[in-house]
Design a protein around this ligand. Structure first.
Ligand code: COA
Length: 323
């Protein structure tokens, strides 16, 4: 029995429409200079009217399946990490399964906000190392543009839409080395979006205490990264690349400093996409691969944080191909 779970394919999808900081200046009382200095974000993508979490997920998934050389009907499971699905049910993953023609696959959604992709990836790896499944598609896909109050400058400048996907397969070589998942529900009020099944009438806008989330993020990136590296039996100096959830350049710079990791080892692309929540890590992973930032046997840390307040980190040994 194959002992390891390994990423063998990856893909991303970004909607065509680019929304720049200059365009936001016309919507709310903000400035390009403020947004760049406080967040590092220059532009973000916005889904077209006919795009949803599932349609974007399908684009990213097709690319990931192609890279893995895997036919959709070979998939055992589809997990979609999203908190902006088009339907309350069935799951976004169910729509993705159908569009792909993954007729043998089980399908479910997982909501751990911006930590969702790593939660989903860890779940997929558990199914594989337990020997239950061999081929799993994990997608993060979000359309935060539909839960933002475009009159609120505190939140609307921060987020963007997009999707990223990976194929995870059983393999004889590593693979996933460790993971850490956590949550502090007592701080659920720090960042949340109400919905139609709660006690409040709409509109259902994302609400956030920015400073609180900022402090939490810096601490937890540092803590979760160190815990996951230790759990993998490694030292921080063994880590070749950190791919964090892309929320804010300042958060990432402060966290890198607190961890003691040089900034060259931290992948950052938040300037072009803003915070795409559960999609941000798989999109960043794709770009890191495209830019040649990952070599055979490199050790990689993925680390996420967000609503919950939740956090998640995972250590992987990188290797192209299934074996
Ligand atoms: N343009 C101009 N001014 C803005 C603004 C904007 N888009 N958004 C907020 N401001 C104002 C605030 O109203 C505040 O004004 P006040 O002092 O008159 O009340 C001022 O800027 C400073 O606010 P402050 O909270 O000190 O700014 P900050 O340096 O903490 O940056 C965030 C604000 C939101 C960028 C920052 O706190 C942050 O990134 N937090 C984490 C958010 C996040 O990543 N969430 C998702 C996690 S998954």
């Amino acid at each position: 029995m194959a002992r390891y779970a390994r990423i063998t394919g990856w893909g991303k999808y970004l909607p065509q429409k680019v929304l720049t900081n200059q365009e936001l200046e016309r919507l709310v009382d903000t400035s390009d200079a403020w947004i760049i200095s406080r967040t590092g974000i220059k532009e973000r993508r916005i889904a077209a009217n006919d795009e949803t979490a599932s349609t974007m997920a399908v684009h990213a998934a097709r690319e990931a399946l192609k890279a893995a050389g895997l036919e959709p009907h070979c998939l055992d499971l589809v997990i979609t990490a999203t908190c902006t699905p088009e339907l309350i049910f069935p799951a976004c993953a169910s729509l993705v399964q159908n569009s792909l023609g993954a007729r043998k696959a089980a399908a479910f959604d997982l909501n751990a906000a911006c930590s969702g992709f790593i939660y989903a990836l860890a779940t997929a790896c558990q199914f594989i190392t337990a020997g239950s499944y061999k081929n799993i598609l994990v997608v993060g896909s979000e359309v935060y543009s539909r839960i933002l109050n475009w009159k609120n400058r505190n939140t609307c400048v921060l987020f963007g839409d997009g999707a990223g996907a990976v194929v995870v397969q059983a393999s004889d070589s590593p693979g996933s080395l460790s993971f850490v998942l956590g949550n502090d529900g007592s701080r659920a009020g720090s960042i949340y979006t109400p919905g139609p099944c709660g006690l409040n009438q709409g509109p259902y806008y994302l609400t956030m205490n920015g400073r609180e989330v900022f402090r939490f993020a810096v601490n937890v990136i540092c803590l979760a990264t160190k815990q996951a590296v230790k759990a993998a039996g490694l030292e921080l100096s063994d880590i070749d690349l950190l791919i964090p959830h892309q929320a804010n350049t300042r958060i990432l710079k402060s966290a890198a400093k607190a961890i003691g990791l040089p900034l060259e080892k931290v992948f950052i692309n938040v300037d072009r996409y803003g915070n795409t929540s559960a999609a941000s890590i798989p999109i960043a992973l794709c770009e890191a691969i495209e830019e040649g930032r990952l070599k055979e046997r490199d050790r990689l840390v993925l680390v996420g944080f967000g609503g919950g307040l939740s956090w998640a980190a995972m250590v992987l040994q990188w290797g192209q191909g299934k074996r």
